[in-house]
Write a protein that binds this ligand. Structure first.
Ligand code: ADP
Ligand code: GN1
Ligand code: MG
Length: 408
């Protein structure tokens, strides 16, 4: 699909003269859904404490939650920015969310400073305050005549970075394992109590199942009738998929500071396929290391797009699983206790099931949570995850063999 962008006029009312900028604005952005650029972007951008002046904005990224815009600034070598409208329906308390992100990114920046070996390639997400010192721009409903209040934040754009929905080669996958493994190590000494729960019970499967049951009652547009096999699938596998959550509830595996959204397009790469930055810190909070591992492998081992309708294309690439595990476990295996080691082969299946359940619930609720660009997309996404769960179950023996060497 095409990305959408706009250039704003300058103060004299003329069109901006730097026509080179038109090129990126009409360039192809693979897999990006069409969306409009809000005309209030210049006014919002001007409230952040940056010296540059805005030249244009481009709808950016392929996240399902927030709305992201690349902000182009005037001048030859001026930095660009990533402006995001925080999804207030998903994040009830955007100020607390921003406090978490500020605390974690400051902590990671300090770690990077103390580790010259990493510094060549790597960088940390950098949040920009507003001119009044706030951590976001707030637009209240009444003053701006909005249907709901808006919360906007600004990051430095990581120049030269690329992201991928599907890995292109082994190096990228291995690198993703290393950066997520390093992340887990780097946040080990972060005081866990300082973090707000930005989405309460985010990876609590019993809670997700209760939400699913409620969505069966909502039954938006009588959607339930299209998906009786999926409903049976969910019920049949719930008990087996609860093992990791149960181990956590019984105190057999520890809660740590975790990222909780380790999907492959939340890692940025340079042009040599070095992973340079982890983004999307919205769900950094107490969680399970097994879930960070499981969420990454369920996303990057899938050989097909996350919303494909050709379900036979949805296969599990064990070569990628091996490459990611090598990166991730080389950094984290010494942190894991014996129960975590035993449960590790189940992590991919559990996260595929949990995400499938979340997509399915949203479909039955009328697509209120995950952004969609076509009808039935959340049901298609759910079916893909359920197939991935089956793939993981079938390969559990191989997966155990892949993981084993890191614990010897
Ligand atoms: P969402 O919650 O909607 O997934 P993200 O924070 O993940 O939002 O941002 C959407 C996408 O934008 C990411 O997947 C990543 O590819 C890209 N992105 C995010 N932050 C930056 C940044 N600072 N510089 C460059 N690209 C970024
Ligand atoms: C969402 O924000 P994004 O697109 O990186 C979701 C994740 C899912 C993922 C599935 C806060 O991630 O939990 O695994 O979609 N994020 C939130 O693609 O719910
Ligand atoms: Mg994201």
């Amino acid at each position: 699909m095409y990305a959408v962008g706009v250039l704003w006029m300058d103060e004299m009312g003329g069109f901006l003269r730097d026509l080179r900028l038109l090129y990126p604005i009409v360039s192809l952005e693979p897999s990006h859904p069409m969306s409009l650029i809000p005309p209030e972007i210049p006014e919002i951008f001007n409230q952040f404490a940056v010296p540059e002046r805005l030249q244009g904005a481009l709808s950016y990224g392929s996240g399902h939650i927030n709305k992201s815009y690349k902000i182009l600034t005037r001048g030859d070598r001026t930095p660009n920015y990533l402006l995001q409208k925080i999804n207030h329906r998903v994040f009830e308390n955007p100020r607390q969310l921003q406090e978490n992100i500020h605390a974690i990114t400051s902590h990671l920046a300090q770690k990077l400073k103390n580790s010259p070996a990493k510094i060549n390639h790597q960088t940390v997400l950098s949040v920009i305050p507003t001119r009044s010192g706030d951590n976001l721009v707030y637009r209240d409903k009444d003053s701006y005549n909005l249907s709901s209040p808006e919360f906007w934040r600004l990051y430095k754009f990581i120049e030269g970075s690329r992201y991928f929905d599907i890995p292109q080669n082994r190096k990228q996958v291995h690198q993703a394992g290393i950066v997520f493994g390093n992340f887990q190590r780097d946040v080990e000494d972060f005081p866990i109590d300082r973090l707000h729960d930005t989405i309460p019970k985010f990876h609590n499967l019993s809670h997700k199942f209760a939400q699913f049951q409620a969505s069966l009652e909502v039954n938006f547009q009588n959607r339930r009738k299209n998906c009786l096999p999926e409903i049976q699938f969910v019920q049949k596998h719930l008990n087996a998929m609860l093992s990791i959550n149960r181990a956590a509830e019984e105190g057999r595996i520890p809660y740590r500071v975790t990222h909780n959204d380790t999907k492959f397009n939340n890692v940025l790469f340079d042009q040599h396929d070095n992973a340079i930055c982890i983004v999307d810190m919205d769900t950094v909070m107490p969680g399970l290391t097994l879930f960070d591992y499981g969420d990454a492998i369920r996303s990057l081992t899938n050989t097909a797009p996350e919303d494909t309708t050709n379900i036979e294309d949805v296969n599990l690439d064990l070569t990628r699983l091996e490459a990611f595990s090598q990166g991730f476990l080389s950094k984290t295996s010494s942190l894991l206790n014996s129960t975590e080691r035993d449960l590790l082969p189940q992590a991919g299946a559990t996260l595929s099931y949990m995400l499938g359940l979340r997509f399915f619930t949203d479909y039955l609720n009328g697509d209120k949570y995950f952004a969609i660009s076509k009808p039935q997309q959340n049901l298609d996404r759910a079916r893909v995850q359920f197939k991935m769960m089956v793939n993981f179950k079938k390969s559990e023996g191989f997966i155990r063999e892949i993981q084993q060497p890191y614990f010897e």
